[in-house]
Design a protein around this ligand. Sequence first.
Ligand SMILES: C[S@@+](CC[C@H](N)C(=O)[O-])C[C@H]1O[C@@H](n2cnc3c(N)ncnc32)[C@H](O)[C@@H]1O
Length: 940
Amino acid sequence: MGGRNRGGSFKGHKRGRTQRRDFRDGRENVWKKSRADSNNNAASSDGVAAEEAGGPGWAAFVKESPAFDTYYKKQCIVPEKEWEEFILTLRKPLPTTFRINGSGQFACDIRDQMQRDFFDYLKDVTELDGEFVEPVRALPWYPDKLAWSFNFSRMQLRKMPILTRIHDFLKQENEIGSISRQEAVSMLPPLFLDVQPHHRALDMCAAPGSKTFQLLEMIHKDGEPGVPSNGLVIANDLDVQRCHLLIHQTKRMCSPNILVTNHEAQHFPGLKHQKVPATSEKQEDLCNENEKGLWFDRILCDVPCSGDGTIRKAPDIWRKWNAGIGNGMHRLQVQIAMRGVSLLRLGGRLVYSTCSLNPVENEAVVSEILRQSQGSMELLDVSAELPELKRRPGLSTWKVRDKGKWLVSYSQVNRHRAGAVVPGMFPSGKGWTNADPVENMNTVDISVPNTQKECDTVASAEAAKFGESVTDIVEEDPDSELGEVSDFPLDRCIRILPHDQDTGGFFIAVFEKIWPYKFRSTKKEVVHHPLRSLNTVGKVEIQEPKSPIGDCHSTKREDDHDVIKDKPSNNYGTVNAHPSSLLTSIALEDQLHSLECGGMHENDLQSKVSMDSSGDATVMKEGDECAAQDSGMLSPALGVNGKAMSGSEQIHDDRFLVSDPIEQINEGARVAEASMHQVNGKIQQQGPWRGVDPVLFLNDETLIRSLVSFYGITDSFPLRGHLVTRSEDISRLKRIYYIAQTVSDVIQLNLQAGGQLKIASAGHKLFERHTAKEGSSPCSFRIASEGLPVLLPFITKQRVSCSKADFKLLLSSKAVPFGSFHDPTFSSAFQNLLPGCCVIELASDSLTEPSHLAAEQKAPTAIGCWRGRTNLSVLVTKVEAEQMLERLSLTEAEHDHLEAIKEEDDHLHLSLTEESEHNHPDAFKEEDDDLHKLAHDDPV
Ligand SMILES: C[S@@+](CC[C@H](N)C(=O)[O-])C[C@H]1O[C@@H](n2cnc3c(N)ncnc32)[C@H](O)[C@@H]1O
């Protein structure tokens, strides 16, 4: 049971312990340390080599890196006098931190109980066998003391029974989903995002989902009892397997307000509303000037990064660290953030975060966001938020290290390195000037990695190519002290240093969209890919994006074709002739142009450029793109002949973004009715996505009516428009999912927009087909375990309550013959039910649990059962039943009775649930039942 249910904000939708099995079964046991981990920790905490601690054959992690030291000393990320403390902290194991899921009274009850039963007792224990025992402490900056930290050594855990009990308790609660282990710093971005229950939030790089879970808690916070939130969380991740983890993690919330998608964040589709008359109030909402398309109030860009802020938890980073990794991430990070900027609603908030210490991945990216968004994004001063949080300001100056050299400005970049180092990595963001060497640019390596994995590979390859070993100590460059200084107020960024409050390292920047993200274009005829063959570029007219502060100019040099001269600079620097900047400029221009589509007549539209993989460009009619935008079918990455560009071809996808709602002026001039076919050859047909079944509304009235009538579902639980499936064929339908109105709106929009969203999961499961013999029940769909807590308050038929003794009997025997129950009233009550799925509820007066679980037990305890001809069978797994039984302690007499029944009925065990658990092999077709196989070791 996840936070929302325990949070009590969604009364009647509380999830009993029986509904937690999915979480427990599939979730990585983060408390159980791997042997290697244990060795590391032992080695680090005791100062003993891991080999010693772990026995022969276990190599120790060397927790030092000259390259790391040299790099970060030079970057001055820590004042000199603090360096020693900083580095010593990095060598210590990270304290264990956890968060109590949910909000409201239930979460607070658990917190209070934990404090009373465990932590208060420990507050006077400061020493054990002469060793200092760190106090268990609430993270001071986390609201309502719902996040805690402790740091016991393994020896201490062994020696102090109270610590062992705490550990066991936390382990158990983690398994059942009441708490989440999460790194302290990882809890910060959602807090700064300030999500309100009505917000639409996008988590661009969301897996494995710890922050998504927080976002969901936020949108369900303060919900009216029985009324679902009207917020929305779209959780996206590029990695399919990690998407599964994400689905699994978020499933604990039983939230109908979530969509999980599987896209490259930098190419997240911009859904645009097609001109279809509104048929409902909600749809009208989407047609509002400010609501057209899919815009987000909140966007989290927790981007892939080098991750050296997690070095305490992942000590192998010491060995692998090199500056190239951070450099390799920079462009992808900018691209993802800029896609976020495009999708953000005016007035919305965007949080950019990394678990890296590297300014190239942090302040440099923030500067690029400010530069490229041209005044549309404001970097917020959030010093008044979470005042208890110890933080350092962002850096205003830094250097770039490449090929064993320190570079203070882009003018020092060797032309052969121009693909790896881009102007945006430097504080000024300036490219080459006239005097800089730009000839022979065709040798430049321009590949842009699209994923963290690719970045890592590129970075390692780069490091290896240029002999930059991870332990390399660079010779000092006499000029290296003269770094550029940024004009942006980067001190507003938040740097979390590990030694300030015993955490990992982290970086956060909070933005608000204060002005539409708007581009203007110049006419141009670019016919060559500027990066692939700059020396053969034909006529190129480049214009630096307009600064809101100053002017910038550009010229073309037609004679030698490939050099873009700079002109007097704007506040952000001179025009970039660097290939990547050049491309960005072109991309920006294209964006400007595409924006203008919204405000100009079709005839005015200019031809524009798209590039194919060979580096040549194709001219695309501007009207085509506008048409595509209008139809909402814009592919974020287009290539010649409609081929999707990817990898190095997709340098800057923002050319193809839809513009902000506020920019959607002169709508009438658009070619609104364009369809896929009208832009044939230009748009990648992305839906239905290969390997992923489409999400379809369940409109089969016969089926819906049969569900309503069988379970007696009240009108206050709307089904129509809220049920989705992944199969068109009703007769083969296996699962039915429940979605909130906001999710429904997005799915509608997606259908209208050509199905661009690759939806991995929507809402939560409500019904699943029961595979009993045909005709054995009037309704072939049973209530799914995660649907039960949601539906329970709204069903009036097929439910009976029973005594604790009979409840235990059911849980122990799985299939109980009608005559075996203790209570004859119960026996006759369920025999009056129709054959098929039913709900057996534990009578509330049966509950006498004085422990820390009392709060939760206020929620109804119910299980799904199957009323057969002679037996009542339990529709829960064995593990789940055992877990419930543990909580409802057995008396001796009950135990004997159960044993007798079990013996009699062994042959009747139906294993109903086990059968239903393993019948769908496909990834998103059978979204998450096999998730537990995907153990991972994520830093967050
Ligand atoms: C730092 S982790 C995110 C952690 C997550 N926000 C959480 O709190 O659990 C970065 C994630 O980005 C994903 N990723 C990498 N490249 C991506 C891309 N181009 N688009 C979207 N996601 C990407 C990775 O699969 C990884 O799950």
